[in-house]
Design a protein around this ligand. Structure first.
Ligand SMILES: *Cc1c(COP(=O)(O)O)cnc(C)c1O
Length: 416
């Protein structure tokens, strides 16, 4: 029997502890663009919105065929159709790293892959280690469920490698996993084999599995090589999260996956747990599953090369222009589609925070990028590099003019 006699609805603890810091920060920004200048948003991590990057026609055809076949209208097994999982396994296998369909779980985008890995490994009150700066969704996903995050530092002067001593310091009795994002959002960094091995040495000493967010896999510039974490993890369990989203330029399709790498046979329960968790959503979009075998085998290499060459060209252009900006230091990325730029507040004394800097830049120059605070890294701004090149150049030039107006060289001032 209930004694309730009126409406009294409140959001749950789960709902009220779910925050996306990017959304809330951006909504609270004071944004008044200059009406005389075209608004240029270097803020959105969706490469399709500007109209210059499109997926391959092979990908489009594969989905069309899947729809027209009418073979993929029904439910799949919640971890995904065997044929789709097999396609992901083959796509992800190399001579020295073998996956089978049983090692793959399809999810609604890479975010759901990450969420399920976190939930599967951590109880409320336990913690996972995440990068700083880093993608904000890790914290959102964990804290929503009462799982804590502890930040380890990345080193801007060492191409954003992990500060391994700092990583070790974060580990305690309640730590259940190390989450690594390579290539990185927001840094655009790409880790070499030695660094991956050094991270795995820490994981080995503390018996911690690695969750590897590799949604930007293979999106690396010409002089770099992408190495999957699992490839060098001979004796460490690794849950790799990836999907079609970034490399195939279809973020809206919501196709992601978890790859289970268990070289020492310790993930048996985790495997069962991940399968159980996939049953919460009844799995990934089946039309995309029908298309996966063709997408993953027939998308031409030329498509990937064209995309990555454009990203590299954009990165070089933005870097070389912004290297001339007074009071800013851009850090050249090695992959992905972002660049971090540090603000030298000493010589730009009108600003105390990255938020103020951005609000004023929007007001005067109608150029918007995300404050580092969105990635738990104040004092920086993050540029998205996927705009058409002429818009990107225009935006960078306006940033330079903006900085020139506010720059005061403090060391010269003191000498005078
Ligand atoms: C975009 C992005 C994702 C999310 O991918 P979805 O497939 O859209 O869920 C995950 N991790 C990082 C670092 C990203 O930038």
């Amino acid at each position: 029997m209930s004694s309730r006699n009126q409406w009294d609805l409140h959001r749950s603890v789960w709902a009220s502890s779910t925050h996306n810091p990017i959304r809330s920060l951006v909504e609270n920004l004071h944004m008044e663009p200059n009406p005389n200048k075209k608004f240029l948003a270097l803020s959105i991590g969706d490469p399709t919105i500007f109209g210059n990057f499109h997926t391959s026609s092979v990908v489009v055809d594969a989905l069309t065929e899947s729809v027209q076949s009418m073979k993929y209208d029904g439910y799949a097994n919640s971890i995904g159709h065997e044929s789709a999982r097999d396609a992901v396994a083959k796509y992800s296998s190399t001579d020295n790293l073998k996956y089978t369909a049983d090692d793959i779980i399809l999810t609604n985008g890479c975010s759901a892959a990450i969420e399920n890995c976190i939930i599967c490994l951590a109880n409320p009150g336990q913690n996972i280690l995440i990068p700083k700066p880093g993608f904000s969704i890790y914290k959102t996903l964990a804290e929503s469920l009462g799982i804590h995050v502890r930040y380890y530092n990345l080193l801007p002067d060492k191409c954003w490698e992990i500060d391994l001593e700092n990583l070790k310091e974060q580990i305690d009795e309640d730590t259940v996993a190390i989450l690594v994002n390579n290539p990185s959002n927001p840094c655009g960094s790409v880790y070499n084999k030695e660094h991956l091995k050094a991270i795995l040495d820490v994981a080995r000493s503390y018996f911690l599995p690695v969750i590897s967010d590799e949604i930007y896999e293979y999106m690396v510039f010409r002089s770099e090589k992408f190495i999957p974490m699992a490839l060098v993890a001979d004796d460490i369990p690794v849950l790799t999260c990836s999907g079609l989203t970034k490399r195939f330029l279809v973020p809206g399709w919501r196709v992601g996956w978890i790859k289970i790498h268990d070289p020492v046979g310790v993930l048996k329960e985790i495997r069962t747990g991940l399968t159980a968790l996939s049953q919460k959503t009844l799995g990934c979009n089946t039309l995309a599953q029908g298309a996966l075998p063709k997408i993953l085998t027939e998308t031409p290499e030329t498509f990937f090369i064209k995309t990555i060459n454009a990203l590299e060209r954009h990165a070089c252009t933005a870097y070389s222009i912004l290297s001339e900006a007074k009071g800013l230091t851009p850090i050249m990325p090695q992959g992905a589609m972002y660049m971090m730029v540090s603000i030298d507040f000493e010589n730009l004394p009108s600003f105390q925070t990255d938020i103020q800097f951005i609000e004023q830049m929007v007001k005067e120059e109608s150029v918007f990028c995300l404050p580092g605070l969105c990635f738990n890294y104040p004092g920086y701004i993050r540029l998205v590099l996927t705009l058409p090149e002429d818009s990107l150049i225009e935006a960078c030039q306006r940033i330079i003019e903006f900085c020139n107006r506010y720059y005061i060289n403090q060391s010269e001032k003191q000498q005078n």
